[in-house]
Every structure is written in C-alpha cells, then in structure tokens.
Design a protein around this ligand. Structure first.
Ligand SMILES: C[S@@+](CC[C@H](N)C(=O)[O-])C[C@H]1O[C@@H](n2cnc3c(N)ncnc32)[C@H](O)[C@@H]1O
Length: 450
C-alpha cells in the first residue's frame, strides 16, 4: 500500500491531553449555549472544530462543509466565527434539530406570546382532553412511549404537543418549540431513557418524574437566553456568513454543491461500530408520530443513511459486494477489505447473534468511498478534509477504518493523509471474554488536496 501515514499523539500539558481526548465526544458541546439543545450521542466537540479552523487558517471569507452534519456542531461553530458553511444530513429528525440550532433569528415576542398562552390554557386543555369521550392516552402513542412515562406526565406532554400543533406559529417558532419539547422527552422521564439506549422497564437512579409545564417554560426561556448569549459571544461577522444545510445524502451532492467550491471539510462519519442512528432516535420519532414502528423507521430513515449497522442489512440484497469502481480505484484496500470480510463471513456462522458484520463492512466502504470522492470533487486545491472517527473490531477482526479512509483518499486523488490519535478506547472490553481484546483508537484523518 502506498502510504504517507504518520501516527502522532498530540503532545502538550495534561490539560490539553485531557481536552483532546474529549474531542470525539459531545461532552464539551453539552455545556455550550445552543449546542446543548439536543444531546446527540454521536456528536463531537465544538472545540475540535475551532482548533482545526484556527490551525488551518480558515477565515470568514472561506467556506466549510460537513457531509455528516448531525446536530450541526461544525456549522454552528462556523457561524459563531463568521465563516460560511454547508452541511448535509440524511436523518430527517436530526436535520431538523440542526436547522433549528442554526436559526438565531427566532421571533422572541412570538415565543413569549405562545409561552404565556400555554401557561394560561394548559390546565383547561388538559381537563378537556381527559374528559373527551373515548379518550385514552394509550391510543395516542406507540407502546415504547407509553412505557417511558406515568399516565399523568404523558397526558401533559400530549397536551403540549397538540397545543403546539394547533397554534398558527411561524415556522421558526414552531421549530424552536419542537426542539424544546424534544429536549424535555428524555429529561422528564423517570424511566432509563438516557442515551444511547432506552430501557423503559428500568427506573433512573437519580430522579423522579419532573413537572411538565414548569420544565417546558423553564427550558424555553433558557433556550431563548442561549440565542442571546451565542449572538453576543460570536464574531460580529456571523450576521454576514451564509449557511446552507440540506436534508440529503452526502454520497451524491452534485445538485447541491459545486466542484472546487469548498475551502475546508470538517466532519465525523458514522463509525463502523454497528450504531443504528435511526433506532437511537426512536423515542423522539414515536412521540412526534414521525414513525410508529420498526418498518416505518426503516423506510423513512434507515435506508437513507450510509451503511454502518447490521440492522440496515438484508442478506438477500445483492448490492453488498465491493463496487467495480472501488475495486478499480483502490485495489490494495479492496484486497484487505475482502480478506477481512472473508474472516467475518466465517465467524458469523459460529458466533451468537450471527450478525452480518461481513456485509456491513462491504456496504460501509462502498459508501465511504463515494463520499470521499464527492468531498474531493467539491474541495478547492490547497485544502484539507478532516475526518474524526474510530476504528473497530467486529467479532475481533480489526478494521483500521482511519488508515483505510486515508488510503482510499489517496487512491481517489488526495495527495497524502495523516492520522492524529485523539484517544485510545475500548479498554473496558478487554476484561470481557465475550468481546474482543483489540486496542482501538479515535483519530482525526487529515486528507490533503494540493
Ligand atoms: C457521527 S454523526 C455526526 C455528528 C455531528 N458531528 C454532530 O456533532 O452532531 C454521523 C451522522 O451522519 C449521518 N449520516 C449517515 N449517513 C448519511 C448520508 N448518507 N448522508 C448524510 N448524512 C448521513 C447520520 O445520521 C449521523 O447524524
């Protein structure tokens, strides 16, 4: 394999090292105004974005692109710095969260007017709803939602939902409250609704159920305040920066983004770790009626995302072979992937669960290849694309995703790549004989287009 790989653990004082270890996680962002509106377990730290933009001299006259926008960390950070950006996110619900976080022009008086109205009519509406003939909260939501709340709390959440949906609000104010109520859902439940798993039969250790209306009003004002803070703390240039974000597929952005138009890419693709992004938002999708069952989630979301989970795989689907263009452009990488896939195919037959890791790996690299190609197309010359990601070891077969992404980048035209390790991970698995003992890491892969 041709390689210009350089492995380098950031050095510096212990504080820097500790901070950098968190760059691949959402911890820092959860303390920041607006970033914190939605706890996205797949999110990364806004500090990593700031660091990269400063390091590579990205200034307000330039344009940044995130092909896996998620909840919008890259774009929000760019906006704060007055740098224009593009973002693409395929998950419609996650896109909506990012879109709302990017709008700092929400009409404050309209928000407050609606809040006062809700305060005034909440109890009366609740009583009316309860007294309605044949009303049963069990008919309003799928079972998962019903299991996560007491009857009383769920009725109140239902009233908030119908008050929001029945009021004629501007789109941006509607979106604002959509995010407020969404953010309350896991916060308010006394069941174990923490991320990433929902365990409705377990009770949270720390808390009892919180009062819906009080929390709703409190959070709405906090989020309004967040907008004031972020506007005040941002570069004055933010007002002139332009941000275009799309609920679309970054495997093909030809109709969205022009060739040679982007100055920098900062992104984090799905890791090859069997994390089903669509399933993780099940509580929210079910609450809003945007999906009602597994099949709905598959049709509306799972099939729209790049392959990174076995739940996306149908073994009868013939598409799970490495594409001709991948084989042609990246022949050495293709050999390595096929060898790994062969091992996984054998292992799945003897392992419990018989997970389709073999086909997942094929699907993953077919998709990531297309996205790297598209990223190359949109980047100007003398630019860089940074991918934050972790490697993985399904059934103990190590797939060095960072190195392979670097190699694929070079195969399709990037001049070189470099891997910088953020943290070693997965140590806790070592003591568990059911899991593998491969040391894993989280890194930033830097692809350079000269
Ligand atoms: C690791 S997360 C990115 C999180 C983001 N950095 C943040 O801070 O919120 C990867 C994202 O890629 C999205 N995704 C998966 N397939 C996609 C595709 N084909 N096009 C665009 N986005 C996709 C997933 O829905 C997920 O939100």
């Amino acid at each position: 394999m041709s390689t210009s790989q350089q492995l380098e653990l950031f050095t510096g004082n212990q504080d820097n090292v500790n901070e950098i270890q968190n760059w691949g996680t959402f911890k820092d962002s959860l303390r920041e105004p607006v970033h914190r509106w939605f706890t996205y377990p797949a999110g990364f730290s806004y500090k990593a974005v700031i660091h990269a933009l400063e390091r590579f001299g990205i200034t307000p006259n330039m344009v940044v692109y995130d092909p896996f926008m998620g909840s919008g960390t890259t774009n929000l950070t760019c906006k704060s710095l007055g740098i224009s950006s593009y973002g693409v996110e395929a998950h419609p619900f996650v896109y909506k969260i990012a879109k709302t976080k990017m709008n700092w022009e929400v009409n404050r008086s309209e928000v407050i007017f609606f809040l006062k109205k809700v305060e005034n009519i909440f109890l009366d509406t609740l009583n009316l709803v309860i007294k309605e003939k044949d009303f049963s909260i069990n008919n309003c939501f799928p079972e998962l939602v019903i299991k996560c709340y007491s009857d009383d709390t769920l009725k109140k959440l239902y009233v908030l939902k119908i008050l929001l949906q029945s009021e004629k609000l501007s789109q941006s104010v509607f979106d604002f409250f959509y995010v407020v109520i969404t953010a309350l859902l896991r916060e308010i439940s006394s069941a174990a609704t923490g991320w990433p798993y929902i365990a409705p039969n377990k009770i949270k250790t720390s808390s009892s159920e919180k009062e819906v209306l009080t929390e709703f009003i409190k959070l709405s004002y906090e989020m309004l305040e967040d907008i004031s803070i972020i506007r005040c703390n941002s570069s004055p240039k933010y007002a002139n920066s332009i941000h275009q974000i799309f609920n679309s597929d970054s495997r093909n952005t030809e109709n969205l983004l022009q060739n040679n138009s982007i100055d920098h890419v900062f992104t984090s693709p799905p890791y090859l770790n069997n994390f089903d992004y669509s399933d993780r938002t099940r509580l929210e999708l079910y609450f809003w009626g945007e999906a009602n069952n597994w099949k709905d989630i598959s049709n509306k979301i799972r099939t729209k995302l790049m392959t990174s989970a076995t739940t996306q795989i149908m073994r009868s689907d013939p598409r799970y072979i490495l594409s001709d263009s991948f084989n042609r452009d990246c022949s050495d990488v293709a050999i390595f992937i096929k060898e790994s896939v062969g091992k996984l195919e054998k292992l799945r037959k003897i392992k419990g669960g018989k997970k389709s890791y073999d086909l997942m790996v094929v699907g993953y690299f077919n998709d990531i290849y297309r996205i790297i190609k598209d990223v190359y197309r949109v980047l100007k010359h003398d630019t860089k694309a940074l991918f934050v990601l972790g490697d993985s070891a399904p059934y103990g077969v190590h797939i060095p995703t960072d190195k392979l992404i670097g190699e694929i980048g070079v195969c399709i035209g990037f001049d070189n790549y470099k891997i910088e390790v953020l943290r070693k991970r997965g140590d806790k698995w070592k003591s568990n004989p059911q899991r593998h003992n491969v040391a894993l890491q989280e890194s930033i892969v830097i692809l350079e287009k000269k």
